[in-house]
Write a protein that binds this ligand. Sequence first.
Ligand code: PMP
Length: 432
Amino acid sequence: MPTVIDELLETDGTARLLADRDRAFVARPTERIPVAVAGGEGATLIDADGRRLLDLTSGWNVANTGWNHPKVTEALLKQAAQMPFSPPWCTHDGRSRVAERLSDMLGGGYRALCGATGSEAVEAALKVARRATGRQAVVGFTEAYHGGTLGSMHAGGVPQLQGVDVPSTEFHRHAPIPDRLRANGRDYAELVRATLREQPAPAAILLEPIFTNPGVIAGDPEFYRAVQQTAREVGALVIIDEVGTGFGRTGHDFGFQHWDLDPDIVVVAKALTSGAVPMAGALMRDELSAAVSGPGFSSTFGWVPLACAAALASLDVMESEQLPARAAQLGTLAIDRLRPLIDAVPAVADVRGFGLELGIEFTDAAGDPFARPPMEELTSRLLRRGIFAEPSAYTSTLLLMPPLVIDEDVWTGALDAIAEEIVDMDRAGAWV
Ligand code: PMP
């Protein structure tokens, strides 16, 4: 079945050729959006035929500073000419500087375990927690996503949604994600307490401070208090996955700063380098670093000089352009503008978010998530208007996560376009 982009691609050959070649040679997990990207600037992606798409995904919370920020590009070019990679057993100027800067952002007293991808850093955090506590069990949350490696998939609760048959292990158990719309009287704080107190005693609890992939789902303050206090009570470490929520996205440097959380390990990746070079870290309290020894903790591509140069430049941009504050302001603006949809369109169940991590959740008459078709129609309609946005997996929630540098007028224009399409679909009876 042709996709919207296929329709768009009829007009020219280059992007179509690339999409066809991709189909022939690349094993792709999704068929839906074969956009052939050739460039980008700010909040705009440019395809191989020069079409401009407003990107409301940030490449899954990567391009927080915008696509190809000139300061990041400049730092990359300089470092690439000098030394892009160094032997993993050597240190270099950038590595300790990034580590110190991240520790400072966390209030001091953290050390970095270096990796390249979010999944790898989640695994690293779990290894540290197991070594440090001498325990094996890990508490995660249903529907949470922490990566595509086996350990991170076990820790997250959505193997069936990830299309991979991951055998369960006795060491992983999951508390329900604090999904307010589907609470049915359940007390999520009490449930997480109970899960933490089960045997075998856990090495750690792993959570996103705001569960991004399931549809921007967050608990209430009591939920996070229960996580923190009960983890301490049972001797489990608190690991916060900031792979998607970190670096200004939610209106703070880190998402956990919305809550009364005091993490032992903070996992970062994605926006750390603005996506220019893969880079990820498990930032652990100083005392935990004694657990880091042996080749099982090394990573050939962890924090190479090129990545560190991109990270330092990205952190500078985040600070100088005050991106967390900007995210908070543009997020509030979006919620105010979109909230009226809840009353206007029966299928709109919720409009929620923190900073520029926003979701519009749709449910059918029974209160259940929609199957793909109406969500695909919505994203297709938006693509036709030059807007690129994606739905979440677990709930039928349209995710809005633009680069934090998005121009305010462009942002409000996009929000109005989204609202128009949702209302128009309602008039056309498409939300069934
Ligand atoms: N944690 C979270 C919350 C994520 O969203 C992702 C990726 N979407 C990961 C971990 C895994 O990161 P990566 O794809 O870089 O391995």
